[in-house]
Design a protein around this ligand. Structure first.
Ligand SMILES: [Zn+2]
Ligand SMILES: [Zn+2]
Length: 77
């Protein structure tokens, strides 16, 4: 499921910018490059993307962080 991806909306949550909502942290989908907001954000778009589209693995999009998280296993990978 993990491919070399480029963030589609670098530095911004793709859905939050459409609805004008703030976010806390960003996660990049490692399957398609979707950028969504974390579980501390009001809309949790990264999780919604993982379950809605079936792309379970994200990488932190925060500067200086490079950990990966799997929403299916609820674990770092
Ligand atoms: Zn969002
Ligand atoms: Zn994706």
């Amino acid at each position: 499921m993990i491919r070399p991806v480029r963030p589609r909306t670098p530095g911004q949550c793709e859905e939050c910018i459409k609805i004008g909502s703030p976010w806390v942290h960003l996660r990049t989908c490692l399957t398609c490059g979707h950028v969504g907001c974390c579980d501390s954000s009001p809309n949790r778009h990264a999780r919604a993307h993982a379950y809605g589209i079936g792309h379970p693995v994200v990488r932190s999009a925060e500067p200086g962080e490079d950990w990966r998280w799997c929403y299916v296993d609820e674990a770092f990978v």
